[in-house]
Design a protein around this ligand. Structure first.
Ligand SMILES: Nc1ncnc2c1ncn2[C@@H]1O[C@H](COP(=O)(O)OP(=O)(O)OP(=O)(O)O)[C@@H](O)[C@H]1O
Ligand SMILES: [Mg+2]
Length: 172
């Protein structure tokens, strides 16, 4: 689970880590959750079954959300309020959204500031929701008998660039 690469020369900052199991995936997600602020949009990319929803479950648990988080495929987006006064989670599955206009139709902006918004299949589409957040690309191992996933996290703002640059915090 040690960060594999840290690329301080690249802007935006990016970090690559591995998750051997679904639990490790949720571990990285809880770490991300601990640094989230309202208005962050986390764009998740990766093939079918890569682990995007698993990551989102870890993120929800890290935010203190007690709702069960499942794939929102059939509803496209689902709001999980925080049981207290913490940040809520807006979980979007953009798999069947083709255009920016369709994304805008979901009217996610009302919930944005008081929430962390996660958009599965959102790359190239959901970044426009907010200038703040991260893009995370998840890839699977080529070997059939290997569950390992590789996550490349790229900052889309300066705050996340400095969080990702904190090597000690990531490795801990
Ligand atoms: N290292 C791992 N990281 C994440 N998930 C893993 C890992 N190893 C096994 N899994 C399993 O792989 C599956 C990933 O499914 P998940 O629904 O999270 O993927 P997804 O990317 O959201 O898929 P979809 O594109 O259909 O939305 C889960 O059943 C999870 O338990
Ligand atoms: Mg999913």
């Amino acid at each position: 689970m040690t960060p594999l690469t840290l690329s301080p020369s690249a802007y935006p900052m990016s970090v690559t880590v591995t998750a051997a199991t679904a639990d490790e995936m949720r571990h990285w997600a809880r770490k991300v959750a601990s640094r989230c602020e309202g208005g962050d949009v986390i764009v998740l990319a990766g093939d079918l079954g890569a682990g995007k929803t698993t990551f989102t479950q870890g993120l929800a648990s890290g935010l203190g959300i007690t709702d069960r988080v499942t794939s929102p495929t059939f509803v496209i987006s689902r709001v999980h309020p925080h049981p207290g006064d913490g940040l809520g989670l807006v979980h979007v599955d953009a798999y069947r959204l083709g255009t920016v206009a369709e994304l805008d139709d979901l009217d996610l902006y009302a919930d944005l500031d008081a929430s962390v918004t996660v958009v599965e299949w959102g790359r190239g589409l959901a970044e426009r929701l907010s200038p703040h957040g991260l893009t995370i690309v998840i890839t699977r191992s080529d070997a059939d008998d290997d569950d390992e996933r590789t996550l490349t996290l790229s900052a889309r703002d300066e705050r996340w660039a400095s969080i990702l640059a904190d090597h000690g915090w990531w490795a801990a």
